[in-house]
Design a protein around this ligand. Structure first.
Ligand SMILES: [Zn+2]
Length: 302
């Protein structure tokens, strides 16, 4: 039995066919069509399920935004206009007549790390995804914790600096305005020296490793903000460890040691952090694997 996993993000949508071992058999990736996201979703799934030889029996969809228990979008940021309120699970199920599950993209990534990645065989951890924004999947006793409205793990929107930088969610000073790719771009703009050199967020860590004083200052603050948030989360959740993934992990060879040291400097019981293993495909893989857990499919094996 194979399943289709879809990952819907603000910039890209990808759909893959995934086998029981988590191998990707076929993958399609497109820029997000914000004007007709539902149409794009249907088209991508159609192209995958129509390949009869793959024997697709379920569909998993990971999407940005909060997803309620019925698989509808309870909340989506302005980044995906028109997505809020969309009954994704119902629409896809009616169209393809296949068991379907819909969950938040960071939740899917956490599930994939538990099944295939750096949290294999672990049951209590939090997986933080740091990209344009910041999200997380909280795994408790091997199950995703969703909260009442599907909003659990929206850690990027914890208020970190009251009255601080405005956030896409409408609040001010959210954590993701200080620890995401967006935050780094804002930091660069605030430093004339970096802005004039057209430094991109992804270049910043390498520049800091090369001892550029401005870049070092920005990176040090970024790491401090990240570590402070992680320590606070550990006080709330008391889980075994943190998995950290998302786009920022690609440059982690430049900053991982700094993070570990910062965590140790804040508390004498520093939380344990691990690097995510699954990189860019985590959300899609997790969605596909979650589909295998739909009650009607569970236990069907290969
Ligand atoms: Zn926010």
């Amino acid at each position: 039995m194979n399943t289709v996993g879809v990952d819907i993000g603000g910039t890209k949508v990808k759909a893959g066919i995934v086998d029981p071992q988590g191998q990707i058999l076929n993958l399609i990736e497109e820029p997000t069509n914000k004007r007709d996201l539902a149409g794009q979703l249907f088209s991508l799934i159609e192209r995958q399920v129509s390949i009869k030889e793959w024997n697709i029996e379920g569909i998993g969809i990971g999407t940005a935004g909060r997803v309620d228990a019925a698989g509808a979008i309870h909340y989506a940021t302005a980044n995906l206009p028109g997505w809020m309120g969309t009954k994704v699970k119902q629409l896809v199920k009616e169209r393809f007549h296949l068991p379907t599950v819909v969950d938040n993209d960071a939740n899917c990534a956490a599930y994939a790390e538990m099944e295939l990645g750096s949290a294999k065989q672990e049951r209590n951890f939090i997986c933080i995804t740091i990209g344009t924004g910041v999200g997380a999947g909280i795994m408790i006793n091997g199950e995703l914790f969703h909260g009442v409205n599907g909003g659990a793990g929206e850690i990027g929107h914890m208020i970190y600096i009251p009255g601080g930088r405005p956030c896409g969610c409408g609040k001010k000073g959210c954590w993701e305005q200080y620890v995401s790719g967006t935050a780094l771009a804002l930091d660069i703009n605030e430093h004339n020296e970096l802005a004039h050199k057209n430094i991109r967020p992804e270049d910043l860590f390498e520049l800091a490793a090369g001892k550029d004083p401005c870049a070092m200052e920005v990176v040090a603050r970024f790491i401090k903000n990240l570590a402070v948030g992680i320590v606070s989360l550990q006080n709330i959740l008391d889980l075994h460890f943190f998995v950290i993934g998302g786009g920022v992990i690609h440059s982690s060879h430049h900053w991982w040691e700094l993070l570990v040291k910062e965590l140790q400097s804040i508390t004498d019981q520093p939380p344990v952090a691990r690097k995510a293993l699954l990189k860019n495909d985590a959300g899609m893989l997790g969605a596909a694997l979650l589909a295998r857990n739909i009650p009607v499919l569970k236990g069907r094996g290969a």
